[in-house]
Design a protein around this ligand. Sequence first.
Ligand SMILES: [Zn+2]
Ligand SMILES: [Zn+2]
Length: 228
Amino acid sequence: MEVSPQAVMGRFFKLASVTAGIGAVHVLTLLMSWYTVVSDTITTTPIQGYVITESMYMSIGGGIIGGVAVLLSSLSSSIRTARWLIGTTSLVGALLAIASPAYAHLMIIPALHAEGHLGIGIFMSYLSAIAMAVPAVTIIATPIRVEVMPYTGPYYPSVSPPAVEEAVELVQAAEIPPGAICGICYQELDPSATLMCSGCQTLFHKGCIDIWVNLNGTCPSCKKPVLR
Ligand SMILES: [Zn+2]
Ligand SMILES: [Zn+2]
C-alpha cells in the first residue's frame, strides 16, 4: 500500500502517543502493591513499587523516555530518521519499563528472604511495560514506501522548475474554523501557530509545514512551489 509521507508521520505520532500514554499508566503501577510480606498468618505488609528505588527510577525513566518519543515525532524532518529515532526511543523507554518490575522480581524480592506473594502491582507493571513495546516495535517495523507525487503541472521539456508566478506563499491564518485540522498531521490546529497556503487555503501547523517545505519546497496539498 502506498501512503503519503504525512500519513506515515501522523501514524508515528499516534503510535508514539500510545507508548507515552501506556507509559503514564506504567508509572502509576508504582503506587500499587508489588509484594505482600506475610509475617505470620495474620499480619501482612504490602510493599509498593515506589519503595524499591531502582525500580521507581526505571519506571519513571521509561515513562519519560516514552514521552520524549512523542516530542521527537513532532520535530523529525525525514521519515526514515523519524522511524529510527521515534521507534528506538519508544523501545528504550519500554525496555527500561520492563526492567523495572523484572529487577524487583528477580533481585530485590528474593533478597528480602521474606515469606509472601507477588502483588497485583508488579503484574500490572509488567503488562503495561510490555504493552509499551508493541507500538514501539510497530514503528520500527513500518515499511516506508513513500509515493512519488506525480507532477501534474505543464510539461517543460528542459526540466525547468515551474514558473515563479505559480508559486504560493504561507500566510498567517486569519481565523481557524472550528474542527479544522492540520493538512499534514491531521491533528487539531493551534491558533497561535497556524499557517495557510495562499493558493489552496489549506491550514497547517507551523512546525509541520516548515518541515515539509524544507524537504519538498512545495505545498503538500496543491503541490505548488512555496515562496520563502
Ligand atoms: Zn500538523
Ligand atoms: Zn496549497
